[in-house]
Design a protein around this ligand. Structure first.
Ligand SMILES: C[S@@+](CC[C@H](N)C(=O)[O-])C[C@H]1O[C@@H](n2cnc3c(N)ncnc32)[C@H](O)[C@@H]1O
Length: 614
């Protein structure tokens, strides 16, 4: 037994501090003349709400607007998510989410509830082809001001701006859009989480650079090539580009993709002599890569024939070779002149996935995707869907199984939601999806618009409804076919900065109640869940307690009551159910004394309960 030696040197604190900072801010790690270094300008930027100027040369991708993009990611949002029951399917029981709104704001709102909870992110953002619309964030103006200034009603569609390759800010605008979103998305990944990003040649090089910054170069897993076309373009100028890139980054550096069971390779496994361990393959053991003395030795076969070693020697030492011969792993060929190594099909765990995803049967192609969607929605509503097979293949690589959440924040026609339901119907696993999609208007000239799909969320939601219905009919699988719809909207709370001319008698009344008059208790429950960091998919039930309406979220995880007249008697009743959290309206108490007493009573009778007011 060897004793472990005490390390008498004190730890290298500089290195430790460096590692800690790198862990928190991987994007601030750079290269200097002395090796790896922290980019202090960028770190300053991470700690500031205003743009910090810096001048030093450094190794990293720069573009005008990058600093604003960092500020944008770190700025808090005042928006909220409001449930839309009428568009949802099985709202009360489903754990799937479909969220309408700009993904930047939505990702911010999900930061607490889904921090470290998403196992896989798949995104297929606009590729910046020169014909794409790119969403313009505006980090200096808040949305109310923006609307007022430009007289805009439909803020989303106004912010979505054409980005032709002739624009002087062609790459910069796209990068400024992607950077804060990826940064926020990374926070949501689980420790064993992974992100797959589809992209083409227009931005793959830039995307890879910002992902190296955001996820850390060591978390780069692959740039896997996906064959997107089943036939080449004979009229192409130069190359016919038949592929997309799939950038793969993991949250942590030791992530591994699942091994792939490749049936085509299984054909080699046969069992002509009824080996009790089943089909096998007798392979020729290769040379050792390095010449080593103990690998150079002769072997004697069963009938005494001497078999000489290959040039660099065998792969194993003499002892190991003998063991393998005795277990039957190594056998002699019929002529006794060589050896074979037997591998059994039952021991094969699979092979590492190839960085070429070119088998159309396994990972689909664009034309197939279009056909899949047309079959469901013959109205021809969406031009650039991805095939279900591709997403299912990626879910397999990411080991996405029971209870795992798949997030797609550029949802489009909701292919990834379709893929999740499809995969669940095959193995009964409870994978869940979160889709985020901007209510981007469809063009009035398109079939989609004429058929009533006024924006892309109408298309996505309808696709999930139809896909679910078909899968249910075909498979009768007992799985979650529903989804809860939430819509991004301005805060539920009254704006604090009402202008004097906007005061009216009616408004004055509202000031006593700081909640906007068009907001419902359902809206407030969603906001409280987000604020308290509870997942939006938790079950919400309603009950009457002492004549007041109480929302119970995930049994006793959270109680919410926004009725008026909250008093001591009510507090005593509530305390019997020992909720972990409870929330009231600030103005909901019978009077000031009741407010103090309710808090005291809950503390005494149900000490576990944390009480808040909004
Ligand atoms: C290439 S499509 C995704 C297609 C999708 N993978 C499918 O299979 O249907 C990109 C989508 O991102 C949406 N999008 C663009 N900017 C967005 C933003 N800021 N927030 C949310 N969605 C956005 C666009 O409306 C478009 O539907």
């Amino acid at each position: 037994m060897t004793n472990e030696k005490l390390d008498l040197a004190s730890p290298d604190l500089v290195n430790e501090n460096f590692e800690k900072l790198a862990q928190l801010f991987p994007n601030c790690v750079t290269e200097s003349t002395d090796g790896k270094a922290i980019d202090f300008d960028l770190l300053k930027q991470e700690l500031s709400h205003a743009v910090v100027e810096g001048t030093k040369e450094r190794y990293r991708l720069e573009w005008p607007g990058k600093r604003e993009a960092i500020v944008t990611a770190n700025l808090p949002t005042t928006k909220t998510l409001r449930p839309v029951r009428e568009d949802s399917v099985d709202f009360d029981n489903t754990e799937n989410l479909y969220i309408e709104g700009d993904n930047l704001e939505v990702l911010k709102l999900l930061q607490e509830s889904y921090l470290g909870k998403i196992k896989m992110i798949y995104i297929d953002p606009p590729y910046n082809t020169g014909k794409d619309f790119v969403y313009k964030d505006n980090f200096t103006q808040d949305s109310e001001e923006y609307k007022e200034e430009s007289g805009l009603k439909d803020e989303y569609n106004q912010r979505l701006q054409a980005n032709p390759d002739t624009s002087g800010r062609y790459h910069s605008d796209w990068l400024s859009m992607m950077y804060p979103r990826l940064k926020l998305a990374r926070n949501l990944l689980t420790d064993d989480g992974v992100i797959f990003i589809s992209i083409d040649d227009n931005e793959v090089h830039n995307l890879r650079k910002i992902c190296d910054e955001i996820f850390g170069e060591i978390c780069f897993v692959s740039n896997a090539i996906w064959r997107s076309k089943d036939n080449s373009n004979n009229d192409a100028k130069g190359f016919s580009t038949d592929h997309n890139h799939t950038l793969v980054y993991s949250k942590n550096q030791n992530w591994q993709p699942a091994l792939i069971k490749d049936e085509s390779k299984q054909k080699h496994f046969k069992n002509p002599d009824n080996d009790p361990r089943g089909p096998y393959f007798d392979g020729n053991p290769l040379n050792s890569p390095n010449y080593r003395e103990n690998l150079i030795y002769n072997i004697k076969s069963e009938n005494g024939t001497i078999i000489e070693p290959p040039k660099n020697g065998w792969r194993w030492s003499k002892k190991v070779m003998q063991e393998k011969i005795s277990t039957g792993e190594i056998r002699f060929t019929a002529d006794q002149k060589n050896i074979r190594r037997r591998t059994y099909l039952q021991d094969m765990k699979g092979l590492p996935p190839s960085s070429l995803m070119i088998d159309l049967d396994k990972t689909g192609h664009n034309r197939q995707a279009k056909y899949e969607l047309l079959k469901l929605m013959p109205e021809d509503v969406f031009d650039t869907p991805k095939p279900i097979k591709l997403i299912k293949y990626l879910m397999n690589l990411g080991n996405i199984g029971e209870g795992d959440i798949v997030l797609d924040f550029f949802s489009g026609s909701a292919t990834s939601a379709h893929a999740v339901i499809d995969a669940n119907s095959e193995d009964n696993n409870k994978r869940k999806f979160i889709q985020i999609q901007l209510p981007e208007n469809t063009d009035e000239k398109t079939d989609a618009y004429k058929k009533g799909y006024k924006n892309i969320t109408d298309i996505g939601k309808e696709r999930i409804r139809r896909a679910s219905k078909n899968i249910k009919e075909e498979t009768s699988a007992d799985i979650d076919y529903g989804f809860r719809v939430y819509r991004l909207d301005d805060s539920n709370m009254q704006d604090v900065y009402y202008k004097p001319q906007e005061y009216s008698q009616e408004n004055l009344e509202l000031f006593s109640d700081n909640i906007k008059p068009d907001r419902t208790a359902d809206d407030l429950v969603a906001q409280v869940m987000l604020d308290w960091g509870l997942p939006l998919s938790l079950k919400i039930e309603q009950a009457l307690i002492s004549g007041k309406k109480v929302f119970k979220v995930s049994e006793n995880s959270l109680f919410a009551c926004f009725d008026n007249g909250i008093d001591e008697a009510f507090a005593k009743e509530i305390a019997k159910e020992a909720p972990l959290r409870i929330v009231f309206k600030d103005s909901g108490f019978k009077d000031d004394t009741a407010k103090t007493n309710v808090k005291q009573l809950l503390k005494q009778l149900s000490p576990e309960t944390e009480m808040k007011v909004i």
